[in-house]
Write a protein that binds this ligand. Structure first.
Ligand code: GLC
Length: 436
């Protein structure tokens, strides 16, 4: 690698750094935004009440769930055994086409109902009266557990006629249209809430759910008295709050972040998400690589043409690049050894910052719940970035150690696979339990 390239990468590391001092500052600002969000004041953290209390682990029965929020839709049937044990009875996965993601609301909700029908056929379930939990992973304002108005689409979705409307109502209409009215939608919830519900059903030390996948977000269990904006009468001590932390906007951005934001579908919004989540990491890395090609630091031909289409460098490919795998060979593009080394560095720099921001945000929430870390905290985490990106969890852990020193041992980051869907069934069960 030339000296010029080495210098460039050194500067790049600085531009993508989040040192311990900045992390503490971020935690401070996070707390301020949390407080304002809970009070109903203008805040980049929406702090949305979910109307769901944490499960007890004793709920029982078979429940259905739909999990929608990224590139796939999943339909599940889940059996809760009542002693913290969950069994998945059946699960079907459906790819969501770009046409559906950006089409009309009738098309969108008919697609969902079509998936439920296929799931029934595939799993030989004859239609019966089922309670269904609907994981809908977008910012939604709820006035009850089964009513949720979409604030705005995120993660590349732009289905018309849904923003500002009750999503449960729209799905109900589609169920009736398709003669499936025997299904009762008992709850709408965010994927973070599902992840926490699944995590805490199995583990009482779990008070926080996090998604690190296509998008990123978190929820935690908050004391009712702290949710100042809540005016409904609630007869429980705690409620899960969907933070919508992807919107946190008090972070310093560099020119690459600004370029990705400017070219995105929702410029100026979801700033933390655009620096952390899987959907955008590839875009950031590509922006750096293209800048280096244009300035003559990377010389291998053919690379630029591979990157012409937006959002075509996936988290998985980026993870391979971080581990030094040559993903370009398959497309017949020869990349010189020294250029591969530069690209590997870029992938590491971009993902390391993502992990450090995510860990700092977790630290902020843990410190909010338990300022001196008297207790142990298990964090239920789902998403491909956390699950599959090599070195990601380790980077998160070392950030937590920088922030908390030895006390970081009290925080356990736990992969809760498929939590968002399973949790919807758990929430459905909590509701059924309340009604019985
Ligand atoms: C986006 C959505 C949020 C969701 C997250 C993870 O940030 O706005 O609701 O939880 O993605 O899927």
């Amino acid at each position: 690698m030339s000296d010029k390239s080495k210098m460039f990468l050194k500067d790049l590391k600085n531009e993508f750094s989040l040192n311990t001092h900045q992390a503490h500052e971020m935690i401070h600002n996070f707390h301020k935004e949390m407080e304002m969000g809970l009070a109903g004041e203008k805040s980049s953290l929406k702090m949305l009440p979910s109307f769901i209390c944490p499960p007890k682990g004793t709920e029982k029965g078979i429940f259905l769930a739909i999990d929608l929020g990224g590139t796939n839709l999943r339909v599940l049937a889940v059996k809760l055994l009542g002693d913290g044990v969950i069994e998945t009875v059946g699960v079907s996965r459906f790819a969501i086409s770009n046409e559906v993601m950006t089409g009309t609301n009738d098309m969108f909700f008919d697609f969902i109902v079509g998936c439920i029908k296929t799931f029934f056929d595939e799993n030989h379930i004859t239609q019966n009266k089922y309670s269904l939990g609907f994981t809908f992973s977008f910012p939604v304002i709820q006035s009850s557990i089964d009513r949720g108005v979409l604030i705005s689409w995120t993660k590349g979705f732009s289905v018309s006629g849904v923003e500002g409307r009750d999503v449960v109502g729209l799905l109900n209409h589609a169920l009736i249209r398709n003669k499936m009215e025997s299904i009762h939608i008992s709850a709408i919830l965010n994927d973070t809430v599902g992840t926490l519900a699944a995590g805490s059903y199995m583990d009482p030390l779990c008070h926080m759910g996090v998604i690190l996948g296509t998008g990123t977000n978190a929820c935690y269990s908050e004391k009712i008295k702290n949710i100042k904006k809540l005016d409904n009468l609630i007869c429980s001590d705690e409620m899960i709050i969907n933070m919508e932390w992807g919107g946190f906007d008090r972070l310093e951005r560099n020119i690459y972040d600004e370029t990705v934001d400017k070219n995105s579908q929702n410029p100026g919004e979801q700033r933390l998400e655009k620096m952390v989540s899987g959907m955008y990491l590839g875009e950031i890395a590509k922006t750096v690589i293209i800048h280096m090609i244009e300035n003559g630091y990377i010389l291998s031909r053919g690379l630029q043409s591979m990157f012409e289409e937006p959002y075509n460098l996936t988290t998985e490919q980026l993870s391979h690049l971080s581990s030094g795998v040559d993903i370009f060979k398959k497309s017949g593009i020869h990349i010189a050894e020294k250029d591969r080394e530069i690209i590997r560095e870029i992938a590491c720099i971009v993902s390391k910052r993502s992990a450090r921001i995510a860990a700092t945000a977790i630290a902020a929430v843990v410190q909010w719940i338990d300022p001196h870390l008297h207790n142990h905290h298990h964090i239920a985490i789902d998403g491909s970035l956390f699950e599959k990106y090599s070195g990601y969890k380790e980077n998160m852990q070392s950030m937590l150690e920088e922030i908390f020193g030895d006390l970081a041992k009290k925080i356990t980051l736990k992969l809760t696979h498929d939590g968002s869907g399973i949790g919807a069934a758990v929430v459905s069960a909590i509701e059924a339990h309340k009604r019985s």
